[in-house]
Design a protein around this ligand. Structure first.
Ligand code: PLP
Length: 277
C-alpha cells in the first residue's frame, strides 16, 4: 500500500499526522476517492475539480495543481502495482492549537493512500442488493465532500446491522442519496433522481451514468422522490465510484419491481462495464 503526505511518498508505518491536525479534531477537511480500471484512474479530472470545489467552499487553499496530483497518482499507481486500486486524497486545514476559527498560518495537510480495490462479486451484481432507509441527519452542504462523515458512518452501520448493503437517506420524507452512493429509480420508463444541489453529493458516477442514459434516450427527471414512490418504483439502482451501477431489489423488506435488477439498470450496468473494460 502506498502512502503520501505533503508532497512525499513515505513508508506506510511512518505515514502519521500530528494530533492537532484539524482534520482529526474538527473534521476540517475534504477528500476524494478515485478508482482505477486497468491501471488508469477513472474520471480523474472530474474528481480533481470536485476536490478543488469542495476545498474552495470551505475556504481551504488547495495546495497542489492538477498536474502535480496527476504525476503523483501515476507514480503511486505504478509503485503499488495493483490490478485495480482505490486512491484516497484528503486535504485538511492543517495543524494548529485547537481553536474553532481558522488558524492564521497553518499549512494544509495533504494525504494520499493507494490501496487494492476488491471489486464486488459478480453474483452480487447480477442478483442486486438490499437496502434500508435511514433518516438523513446530515448538514445543509452535502455537496461538499467533507471528511465529516458521522451521519454517513451511522447510517452505513445501521444498514450493516440490518444485514443489507446500503442505507438510503431520507430527508423530510424525500429520498436524497445513499450513505456512499447516489440513488436513482425508474418509474414509468423514466429515470428519477434527486437534483444536484446542497442535499446531495454531485456524484461523478451519477453524472457519467446520466450521460449514458441520455445516449440510450432514456428520459431523465431530476427531482426528489418520495418514500412511497421509491417503494413503488419499477427499478432502483445505486451509482458510485465503488458500487458502479448496482441494482437494488429490496428496500425495508419491500420487494422492488420483480425482485431482480430491472431492464434499464441492467442495460446501464452493461454500458458501464463496456466503457470501463
Ligand atoms: N454520495 C455520497 C454520500 C458518497 O459518499 C459518494 C461517494 O462515493 C457518492 C454519492 C457517489 O459519488 P461518486 O460517484 O463521485 O463516487
Amino acid at each position: 500500500d502506498i502512502a503520501f503526505i505533503n508532497g512525499r511518498f513515505v513508508p506506510w508505518e511512518d505515514a502519521t499526522v500530528p494530533i492537532e491536525d484539524r482534520g482529526f479534531q474538527f473534521g476540517d477537511g475534504v477528500y476524494e476517492v478515485i478508482r482505477t480500471y486497468r491501471g488508469m484512474p477513472f474520471e480523474l479530472d472530474a474528481h480533481l475539480r470536485r476536490l478543488d470545489r469542495s476545498a474552495a467552499e470551505l475556504q481551504l487553499p488547495s495546495p497542489y495543481r492538477h498536474a502535480d496530483w496527476r504525476a503523483w497518482i501515476d507514480a503511486g499507481i505504478e509503485q503499488a502495482g495493483y490490478p485495480e486500486a482505490k486512491i484516497y486524497l484528503q486535504i485538511t486545514r492543517g495543524v494548529a492549537p485547537r481553536d474553532h476559527a481558522f488558524p492564521a498560518d497553518a499549512r494544509p495537510t495533504t494525504v494520499m493512500t493507494i490501496r487494492e480495490l476488491h471489486p464486488l462479486p459478480d453474483d452480487t451484481r447480477s442478483r442486486g442488493v438490499k437496502a434500508k432507509t435511514v433518516e438523513d441527519l446530515r448538514w445543509g452542504r452535502c455537496d461538499i465532500k467533507s471528511v465529516n462523515l458521522l451521519p454517513n458512518v451511522l447510517a452505513r452501520q445501521d444498514a450493516k446491522r440490518a444485514g443489507v448493503f446500503e442505507a438510503i437517506l431520507v430527508k423530510d420524507g424525500w429520498v436524497t442519496e445513499g450513505s456512499v452512493s447516489n440513488v436513482l429509480a425508474v418509474r414509468q420508463g423514466r429515470i428519477v433522481t434527486a437534483p444536484e444541489g446542497p442535499r446531495i453529493l454531485s456524484g461523478v458516477t451519477r453524472h457519467v451514468v446520466l450521460e449514458l442514459a441520455r445516449k440510450e434516450a432514456f428520459p431523465i427527471e431530476e427531482r426528489y422522490l418520495s418514500l412511497p414512490d421509491l417503494y413503488a418504483a419499477d427499478e432502483v439502482f445505486l451509482t458510485g465510484t465503488t458500487v458502479e451501477v448496482l441494482g437494488v431489489i429490496d428496500i425495508d423488506g419491500r420487494q422492488i419491481g420483480a425482485g431482480v435488477p430491472g431492464a434499464i439498470t441492467t442495460r446501464l450496468a452493461a454500458q458501464w462495464a463496456a466503457m470501463t473494460a
